[in-house]
Design a binder for this molecule. Structure first.
Ligand code: FA5
Ligand code: MG
Length: 367
């Protein structure tokens, strides 16, 4: 595919940089020896066992989808931030790299499916740290109920679906983790109501692992399921794998290093990842006066474009506005390889390039 840059003077409707293009088609979730593939198959086992094979599985749907599939079909409002070029990768004005597997709900409903799981790579412009990566994997789950299913329950359809959803996902969490500390948090999605997130306690903090809820009636109605109710969920497969296998950094999923890949094999769920050694991070700070167009996602894309997976975190550590109304940001960039020690020289080179590109592409004034 074409080579493109962060700032698209030539084609303002395409904001996909090469490192992102190069991830398309890798399909980590379809490799049985990769932690994501092992996890996917274990989730399949849970659904096969508990729903006697009723869930249809899709793990090969193309990640290039229309704006309509990604947003309109799941009722994302026209002015929602997730539609912006700052948050989503656009291939052209009508086509995006899907930012969630929910992009496939409507078409599968229209095709008549009532129980399905969709696994795939999803793409987002986002911040940089150990649990966020611009390409990651989700599994969508969807279950449709007809009035017969809930009529004897004494509940209305929505309450029935919500209870079934929580029961199903708590069962999944136990299937994956055994005993684990988890909690439900109320949240908002345009396509579900009520909506929830499940958090799991990991590395001394609560980690959000999935979003879910009871599907908005309008989606069911528009796709041939009037008078039905449904639940849906979207799992973050890297996040669940990190907890399951004790993987400390999300970049490791993309590693081809034998010392990583050889630790995982088909069907082996309980294995804890043994870090092959912990290399020290190197921190570099940079300060600049921001302008009106500045966003952290743009900064992160510049940094990742130069340092690739050698950048571990980009963090705002200072922020002030002077008397003239100019705002200064100071970011701390952590460089660390998962695989080897970095030399001072290569870190200084990267940092120098980062400073140049930040200045030239983001048009900010370095301090
Ligand atoms: C969604 O993407 C919704 N489509 C999920 C959903 C489906 C809700 C169906 C209701 C019904 P969210 O943006 O919160 O929601 O992402 C879902 C999960 O993906 C998160 O809980 C998290 O586990 C994972 N995730 C989100 N961003 C990243 C990222 N940058 N890197 C790794 N994992 C991520
Ligand atoms: Mg979320």
């Amino acid at each position: 595919m074409a080579s493109v840059d962060v700032v698209k003077e030539e084609d303002p409707t395409n904001n996909v940089p090469d490192p992102i293009y190069s991830k398309i088609g890798l399909q980590l979730h379809r490799s049985g020896n990769h932690p994501l593939g092992i996890l996917k198959n274990t989730i399949y086992d849970y659904f096969d066992k508990n729903f006697s094979g009723k869930f249809n599985k899709f793990d090969d749907l193309c990640p290039l989808v229309s704006v309509k599939q990604n947003f309109d079909d799941v009722l994302v409002p026209a002015d929602h931030v997730s539609r912006s070029y700052n948050d989503t990768y656009y291939v052209d004005a009508q086509t995006v790299l899907r930012c969630h597997t929910s992009a496939h709900q409507a078409e599968l409903l229209r095709d008549g499916h009532t129980h399905f799981l969709v696994t795939g790579d999803v793409y987002r412009r986002d911040s940089i740290d150990s649990t966020h990566y611009p390409v990651f994997h989700q599994m969508e789950g969807f279950r449709v109920f007809s009035p017969d299913d809930w009529s004897d329950s004494g509940m209305d359809g929505t309450a029935y679906a919500a209870a079934d959803l929580k029961k199903t996902l708590e069962g999944l969490a136990r299937h994956l983790f055994g005993a684990v500390e988890m909690r439900w948090v109320d949240t908002y999605f345009p396509f579900t109501n009520p909506s929830f997130e499940l958090e799991i306690y990991f590395q001394d903090d609560w980690l959000e692992v999935l979003g879910c809820g009871v599907t908005e009636q309008e989606i069911l109605k528009s796709n041939g399921r009037t008078d039905h109710v449904a639940w849906a969920f979207g799992l973050g497969l890297e996040r669940l794998s990190m907890v399951l296998f004790d993987i400390p950094d999300i970049r490791l999923f993309w590693s081809n290093d034998q010392r990583f890949t050889s630790q995982f094999s088909e069907g082996k769920l309980g294995v804890k990842f043994k870090p092959f050694s912990k290399f020290p991070p190197c921190y570099k700070d940079m300060s600049f006066w921001i302008n009106e167009e500045f966003t952290e996602n743009n900064l992160c894309e510049v940094v990742r474009g130069i340092a690739g997976d050698l950048v571990e975190e980009v963090k705002l550590i200072d922020n002030f506005t002077n008397k003239k109304g100019m705002t200064s940001h100071c970011y701390r960039i952590a460089y660390r390889s998962m695989e080897r020690s970095l030399t001072d020289e290569e870190i200084n080179d990267m940092q120098w390039n980062v400073r140049e590109e930040v200045k030239n592409k983001l048009k900010v004034e370095l301090r």
